[in-house]
Design a protein around this ligand. Structure first.
Ligand code: GLP
Length: 245
């Protein structure tokens, strides 16, 4: 794993966006998997702007969403679907035939997981995984204690995730279950980019970087990844024993 510390959130976003664009240029038929949330939001906007401006060919890429709140409709502004469409897929000009997101309104959760597993398997695994980190150390909705060999699955969301998740919604919603790409698929991604910023993420990053790696704190599994890149800002790095500048 490589740790890169940037001064502030905009610097981190520029760095992450550059890495994503560079990846697409080097592997134009890549399978890219994207998390949602505040951490990658600006980076996604920069990626979309750059791709439009430079006319980067994304026609052979395939894009998938990392996770979704089950039961939340895609037109709800707090859904992962809405987020990816709004900040990345729409502005970047992704065709509907080139992307797959979990259907949060499904009546057949198993089928939904199978659909995602099939896409990932057919493409030989995820090429670039872009993830955030939850306040409980989760990656996607792989909550602490998730089986390291898990494939796409439905997860019961823990209290921290449900509480923190309220920030994405303008109204009160029930967010007790999520659907997510599994830990195995995340860890098997050829490159794993994880991002975090701000003071509140400092203790989360400390555990991810300095604790013994394990599923009790899923983000710490990036330590085991040969091509894992953790991009954070100085605030998120502020509790690390070794200061990286
Ligand atoms: C949510 C999302 C995750 C995301 C995490 C961190 O749980 N479903 O995919 O990585 O939050 O979000 P943020 O970047 O807003 O802190």
């Amino acid at each position: 794993m490589e740790l890169r510390v940037f001064e502030k959130y905009p610097d981190l976003s520029i760095g992450a966006a550059a890495m994503m664009i560079n990846y697409i240029e080097r592997k134009p038929d890549a399978l890219l998997c994207f998390a949602t949330g505040d951490s990658p939001k600006l980076a996604y906007q920069l990626v979309a702007e750059t791709i439009k401006r430079e006319g980067t060919d994304i026609s052979k890429c395939f894009f998938i969403g990392l996770d979704e709140w089950l039961g939340i409709s895609p037109d709800n502004t707090g859904s992962c679907h809405y987020f990816l469409q709004q900040y990345l897929f729409g502005p970047m000009g992704v065709e509907s035939s080139q992307s797959c997101l979990f259907d949060a309104m499904t009546t057949n959760e198993e089928e939904e997981c199978k659909k995602m597993n099939k896409i990932i398997a057919e493409r030989g695994g995820i090429d670039l995984m872009v993830a955030g980190i939850g306040m409980n150390g989760h990656i996607g909705f792989n909550e602490p204690g998730t089986d390291i060999n898990s494939m796409a699955h439905v997860a019961r969301l823990d209290e921290i995730t449900q509480e923190v998740g309220k920030k994405y919604f303008t109204e009160e919603v029930a967010i007790s279950k999520g659907i997510t790409v599994g830990l195995k698929q995340v860890l098997q991604a050829k490159t794993l980019l994880m991002m975090a910023s701000g003071k509140k993420k400092a203790p989360v990053i400390k555990r991810a970087v300095e604790e013994k790696t394990g599923t009790h704190w899923p983000a710490s599994l990036i330590q085991q990844h040969a091509n894992g890149v953790l991009m954070i800002d100085t605030e998120a790095a502020s509790e690390l024993v070794t200061q990286f500048r």
